[in-house]
Design a protein around this ligand. Sequence first.
Ligand SMILES: *[C@@H]1O[C@H](CO)[C@@H](O)[C@H](O)[C@H]1NC(C)=O
Ligand SMILES: *[C@@H]1O[C@H](CO)[C@@H](O)[C@H](O)[C@H]1NC(C)=O
Ligand SMILES: *[C@@H]1O[C@H](CO)[C@@H](O)[C@H](O)[C@H]1NC(C)=O
Ligand SMILES: *[C@@H]1O[C@H](CO)[C@@H](O)[C@H](O)[C@H]1NC(C)=O
Ligand SMILES: *[C@@H]1O[C@H](CO)[C@@H](O)[C@H](O)[C@H]1NC(C)=O
Ligand SMILES: *[C@@H]1O[C@H](CO)[C@@H](O)[C@H](O)[C@H]1NC(C)=O
Ligand SMILES: CC(=O)N[C@H]1CO[C@H](CO)[C@@H](O)[C@@H]1O
Length: 498
Amino acid sequence: MGGVMFLVLLCLSAGTLSVVQGEDPYFFFTWNVTYGTISPLGVPQQAILINGEFPGPNINSTSNNNIVINVFNNLDEPFLLTWNGIQQRKNSWQDGVPGTNCPILPGTNYTYHFQVKDQIGSYFYYPTTAMHRAAGGFGGLRVNSRLLIPVPYADPEDDYTVLIGDWYTKSHSTLRNFLDSGRSIGRPDGVLINGKNAKDGRVPHRPKHITNHLTSTSANVSRSLSLPTKTPRITTWLPSTRFTKTVLTGKGIIRYTNGKGPASPEIPEAPVGWAWSLNQFRSFRWNLTASAARPNPQGSYHYGSINITRTIKLVNSASRGDGKLRYAINGASHVDPDTPLKLAEYYGVADKVFKYDTISDEPPATIDKVTLAPNVLNVTFRNFIEIIFENHEKSMQSWHLDGYSFFAVAIEPGRWTPEKRKNYNLLDAVSRHTVQVFPKSWAAIMLTFDNAGMWNLRSELSENRYLGQQLYISVISPARSLRDEYNLPEDTLLCGHC
Ligand SMILES: *[C@@H]1O[C@H](CO)[C@@H](O)[C@H](O)[C@H]1NC(C)=O
Ligand SMILES: *[C@@H]1O[C@H](CO)[C@@H](O)[C@H](O)[C@H]1NC(C)=O
Ligand SMILES: *[C@@H]1O[C@H](CO)[C@@H](O)[C@H](O)[C@H]1NC(C)=O
Ligand SMILES: *[C@@H]1O[C@H](CO)[C@@H](O)[C@H](O)[C@H]1NC(C)=O
Ligand SMILES: *[C@@H]1O[C@H](CO)[C@@H](O)[C@H](O)[C@H]1NC(C)=O
Ligand SMILES: *[C@@H]1O[C@H](CO)[C@@H](O)[C@H](O)[C@H]1NC(C)=O
Ligand SMILES: CC(=O)N[C@H]1CO[C@H](CO)[C@@H](O)[C@@H]1O
């Protein structure tokens, strides 16, 4: 594949890489971001390629690896990448969202430096500028366990990353123009699996790591598994984007080398409603007796006995003030200022750029008016906080938090009340970075805000996010010590007031 990749074992004595730990291996990549023409749904269209590839190169890393990626932006628009799900401990400088980083201007480059920690799993990177994500620029990012650390499952025979996402045949600039003029981007035109049309695409491998890069919808990935026996081993596997008015279905076929005969053309019946989803959520539990690297450094075993210091309830809404579509959280629709929030804080010019806590922890009783402004919450370092996401709408919602892994302790229909805490899973909830909220339902998450930085909390639906359904959480360590947060990297790009 095209990525320039070296594995170098070295100890850096000084220099711009001092941000990362010298004793751990380094992986260097050079990425050339360009436009190119692809036709995944049979219609030629402009896409964003990385080193000529769509999807972009896969990063295969191991806990504690240092990743250094020099990104050359050869598009005609500013560009940024985020590393979705990578915790960036003490290092929101590298998070690659408009609230932390100045965009990489056309014809220039910027080098991301970060270290992946004990968060074994599959993640993906994607562009956070404009609607670039709808045109590509995304790819898989895997973090493997160190060999020394046992994992509670047998070694897979093989291991592949499968990227599933919806796809539009319109260019990102057309989609962006729709949103800028207050229209919706409408429904996607198809489902892609590893960049191929899932209508006839083939995934010739057993997927262990499944990651979605959905722009607008949510996916139900179902697998019809035929268990390995001495006779045919064929697995069909299909994602369908659910909770959209029209259900889009894609199908991938995984062929085992010793499989016989064709896969069944039948697609299993989709379940009615989403009660099964809630049951499935409840069934995802941490195996407390298994040994493994823990993705969540914060008291993995004890979160249920920590006292909650603050409850933040967030309600999502859509509105059409002046006929123009906007999405909001507690009545505020975020806009990115020209100066990244993190840099504004660092350079002491926050008051020129944004106000803290424009929304309160309790949403207004009725959200009739939407305020457009940067939306930044001030959270006290190391507080243990409960966040309730309440979705009053008829559509599916999905929330992602950068910088952290949180405990998703409940997802239930209806409205949240403090009494619902009795039903929380305070024992073995799985720690994760994204939580779904079903229509007319709520979800509760808990976490300790012990990672200093400026962190984006966003709707994973691109349209909602682009039109304001996101906010930032400022977590400042009062000690301002290197123990809690790395220094501003020397090569940080500056813009706006900084
Ligand atoms: C990036 O790709 C473009 C188009 O193929 C090419 O013109 C340019 O030289 C490449 N830049 C780098 C740094 O490789
Ligand atoms: C990824 O890295 C792991 C650990 O080094 C290795 O075992 C595995 O084969 C690699 N996978 C791919 C697809 O390169
Ligand atoms: C841009 O790329 C050059 C050449 O690889 C490199 O020396 C320089 O450090 C990069 N600049 C930034 C800001 O990453
Ligand atoms: C939990 O992990 C232990 C040790 O690997 C294993 O023996 C046990 O079967 C697992 N329990 C469940 C419910 O998977
Ligand atoms: C939590 O709060 C309860 C009641 O206020 C108190 O008794 C208990 O000591 C607190 N626990 C911790 C760990 O602070
Ligand atoms: C943010 O919260 C901290 C801790 O409560 C407080 O000391 C600080 O003044 C707050 N900052 C702003 C700008 O509100
Ligand atoms: C993860 C998963 O498989 N969820 C559901 C998706 O839909 C199928 C039917 O199409 C159900 O059988 C699955 O339980």
